[in-house]
Design a binder for this molecule. Structure first.
Ligand code: TYD
Length: 224
């Protein structure tokens, strides 16, 4: 049996990657593919617990400040579990796996944002993930200013409507997000074959069409 394809979506909070992931899932499913979608952190029972600790700004009230290296290790604990439980089994039976964030997020947020540096993240990736890399990464990178505006608006809405609080990251300063943005740029320049950056502010449908075209070109058997 041929191995499946592993596609990840990356970008700052508010970049629109979750919407694009859902649209791609729907298109590929309609074309008859078996698609498995998940998000990180989360996706497994253990991962959802880790997500709660990592993203709830109230965690730090009860647990105390989370050290950057702890944050990194928890992200990779979540990822290792998702690989073992979901990603690797799905790829083995030939499915397409769509993942909302993966190791590039750790490199951008913990490596860049928290200033741990890329080397530590990549070493952790080798240790925890056996270096499993996506076949394709869609990096949504509209301007930093536009991303920040959307993220702050979305998070306010989320807290008001659902009473849940996932804004530990959104509380960070613009400087933190600038470092993340620059790290994403660095990753895209370093790995041009794997990473497809989409920088313009096209409509949701236009970006979706672009993504389908790239998948058709790079992974012809998926759309054939
Ligand atoms: P989420 O609500 O999924 O945000 P988004 O919809 O923007 O993806 O929250 C994920 C948050 O966790 C986001 O702020 C990025 C952060 N994160 C890291 O810092 N490192 C990581 O390795 C991952 C996977 C996420």
């Amino acid at each position: 049996m041929t191995r499946g394809y592993f596609i990840t979506f990356e970008g700052l909070d508010g970049s629109g990657k979750t919407t694009q992931l859902r649209l791609l899932d729907a298109s590929l499913t309609a074309a008859g593919h078996k698609v498995v979608s998940l998000r990180q952190p989360g996706g497994t029972v253990l991962g959802d617990r880790i997500r709660g600790i990592l993203l709830d700004s109230r965690s730090e009230d009860s647990l105390g400040p989370i050290a950057p290296a702890t944050e990194m290790a928890l992200m990779f604990a979540d990822r290792a579990q998702a690989i073992a439980e979901i990603i690797e089994p799905a790829l083995t039976v030939g499915n397409i796996v769509l993942c909302d964030r993966y190791t590039d997020s750790s490199e951008a947020y913990q490596g860049g944002g928290r200033q741990l540096g890329s080397e530590r993240i990549l070493a952790m990736h080798a240790a925890a993930c056996g270096n499993l890399q996506p076949d394709l990464t869609i990096l949504l990178l509209p301007s930093l200013e536009a991303s920040l505006r959307r993220a702050r608006r979305r998070n306010q809405r989320h807290t008001q409507q659902q009473g849940t609080d996932e804004n530990r990251f959104e509380r960070e300063s613009d400087e933190f997000y600038r470092r993340i943005y620059e790290k994403y740029e660095e990753i895209a320049a370093r790995e041009p074959r794997r990473v497809l950056p989409i920088r313009d502010e096209a409509t949701i449908d236009q970006i979706h069409t672009r993504i389908l075209e790239v998948i058709a070109a790079r992974l012809p058997s998926v759309t054939a």
